[in-house]
Design a protein around this ligand. Structure first.
Ligand SMILES: Nc1ncnc2c1ncn2[C@@H]1O[C@H](COP(=O)(O)OP(=O)(O)OP(=O)(O)O)[C@@H](O)[C@H]1O
Length: 520
């Protein structure tokens, strides 16, 4: 299923609907760039065409685009490398006269503690840029004052329902869908100025029907609260995209929780390509949820729900039947539920991300579950010490990763050993990534029940980052980019995971699968 918001993304400024004045300003900014040489901030609500306008402008001007997205990687050096290089080099000519357009998406997200370097670096890059730069942002005032003062500013306004209807009409025509004009109007009215939502809604309602009527368009009021298990059943087995979206609105869970439930249960019924597609949507949803967390802008919840519900339902290729034993989200997902644990998890994830050169999302989704499996299933004290040393974890953090409950003497002794190990190895191997070094040892040792296994020396032998992904896939956490591998990997994880447990600490709960606390 292709995503209509992508398929029908405007390619020239004249196809961007609404915001005539802003579009004119943007074009003028580009035409006169040689005279003023300033960057421009394009800001406004989500889903109204800001990013599309920037790309369309580049297209109209014949300028190649260099794009950087805050949520993908906020590290200062990456910004420096990518944007700095793009904005300074004039080597890519190809009809553009050496110009390139640098687009910094989510420019209001380069802030806060972890991103301080990022924010400062963005300002510096923007000031020194030798090429036109467009900064796209939702919240104008979330950007630093010096950045704001330095740039020109163009505000995009919400797109009126009157301007949304023709976009929907055009898509229906191109998709060969008959429609009642009132149905389009109803969609446009219910999405209050957000054109991306309108297109998503249209796709959810219309994709499988040839005639779109106003009755098809339900505005998503919560009529009754649906149980989560019924919802999973409907989502995974029965509903089309539209039905799934409606069902999602009726479930009394936040999108964060829904994501956890769906993520953990969908591999029980989906496999192969459909599972890979479903995960693609879930990972989009996760990205939107990340944006909610960093911006506190809850409008993005909608997009997360679109992906979780409509996306997962639309990924289904084979009919599903029978009864499936769905379970609550696994240990890891559950831990993500409360604010305190989420903060702790994200704190650890950030540190691992810095160390491994991976994004926080990848760490949370792929590396941390692997570390849990490694320290828990492998029951290898030395690996746990090595991990603790590598990421400089404290006792609470070790307990968090290993799932061994409150801080105990045993955990503390691990932290002590790790401190010693850190001191001993600090000089020789100060910045090596732990994860990449670890791989073959931990895989080989994964069935070991004893303390013997990988040695600390093994842990400090540097290898490439690719190995980390390999091992993660082998360990069944789905890091592989190969789709069928991914599906296999997930099944393995499922089989290994004793996570049906309702207990807060399933690591200690099930089938003789004892947690680290038993082992220590
Ligand atoms: N003004 C518009 N004209 C035509 N299509 C639009 C417009 N606004 C949004 N869309 C549709 O919505 C999609 C998302 O738009 P876009 O990414 O440009 O929004 P945005 O304002 O940059 O949102 P965000 O701030 O969330 O990144 C586009 O691919 C396009 O399909």
């Amino acid at each position: 299923m292709s995503d209509w918001t992508e398929t029908y993304r405007p390619t020239t400024l004249s196809e961007v609907r609404g915001n005539d004045k802003a579009r004119g300003q943007l074009k003028k900014w580009a035409d006169t760039w040689d005279e003023h040489r300033k960057a421009v901030i394009v800001h406004g609500s989500p889903g109204i065409g800001k990013t599309s306008a920037a790309h369309a402008l580049a297209n109209d001007m014949g300028w190649p685009v260099m794009e950087l997205n805050a949520s993908d990687d906020r590290q200062a050096d990456v910004i420096k490398r990518v944007a700095g290089e793009a904005s300074k080099s004039g080597t890519l000519t190809g009809g553009s006269g050496g110009r390139r357009l640098v687009i910094l998406d989510e420019a209001d997200n380069f802030h806060g503690n972890a991103d301080y370097g990022g924010s400062r670096e963005v300002t510096r890059v923007v000031k020194e840029a030798d090429q036109p730069v467009v900064l796209v942002a939702n919240e104008f005032y979330d950007m630093s004052k010096s950045l704001r003062n330095f740039c020109k500013t163009i505000e995009f306004r919400d797109v009126s329902a009157r301007s949304i209807v023709p976009v929907l009409r055009d898509i229906c025509r191109r998709e060969g869908i008959e429609f009642e004009e009132d149905a389009l109007r109803a969609i446009a009215d219910s999405t209050s100025g957000d054109l991306r939502s309108a297109v998503n809604d249209l796709q959810a309602v219309a994709e499988d029907s040839e005639v779109l009527t106003v009755d098809d368009v339900v505005t998503g009021e919560r009529d009754q609260t649906e149980g989560i298990f019924d919802f999973l059943d409907r989502l995974i087995k029965e509903e089309d995209a539209h039905g799934a979206l409606q069902a999602a609105y009726n479930v009394d869970e936040t999108p964060d929780e829904l994501l956890n439930w769906v993520e953990d249960n969908v591999p029980k019924d989906y496999s192969g390509g459909e599972l890979a597609d479903a995960y693609e949507f879930l990972s989009n949803a996760d990205r939107w949820l990340g944006r909610v967390r960093s911006t506190q802008n809850y409008t993005f919840w909608r997009y997360a729900t679109d992906n979780i519900a409509a996306g997962v339902a639309a990924s289904r290729r084979e009919p599903k039947g029978g009864w499936t034993r769905y379970g609550p989200p696994s240990y890891w997902s559950k831990l993500g539920r409360t604010r305190g644990t989420r903060d702790r998890r994200d704190g650890i994830a950030q540190r691992i991300a810095d160390r491994e050169g991976a994004s926080v999302g990848t760490v949370r989704r792929e590396i941390m579950p692997f570390l849990e499996a490694m320290t828990n299933l492998c029951r290898n004290r030395e690996l746990t010490v090595a991990m603790t040393a590598a990421y400089d974890l404290d006792a609470d953090e070790v307990s968090f990763i290993t799932g061994s409950g409150a801080s105990t003497n045993k955990v503390e002794s691990i932290v002590e050993d790790a401190t010693t190990q850190r001191e001993e190895t600090a000089v020789e191997h100060s910045e090596g990534a732990f994860f990449a070094q670890e791989t073959d040892q931990s895989t080989e040792d994964s069935s070991a029940d004893t303390d013997e296994g990988a040695t600390p020396e093994g842990v400090t032998t540097a290898e490439t980052d690719d190995n980390a992904a390999d091992t993660t896939a082998k360990a069944g956490t789905g890091a592989s980019s190969n789709k069928s591998d991914e599906a296999d990997a997930v099944e393995t994880a499922d089989a290994e995971e004793p996570a049906e447990a309702d207990a807060e600490e399933p690591a200690e709960a099930d089938d003789g699968q004892s947690g680290l606390s038993d082992f220590f």
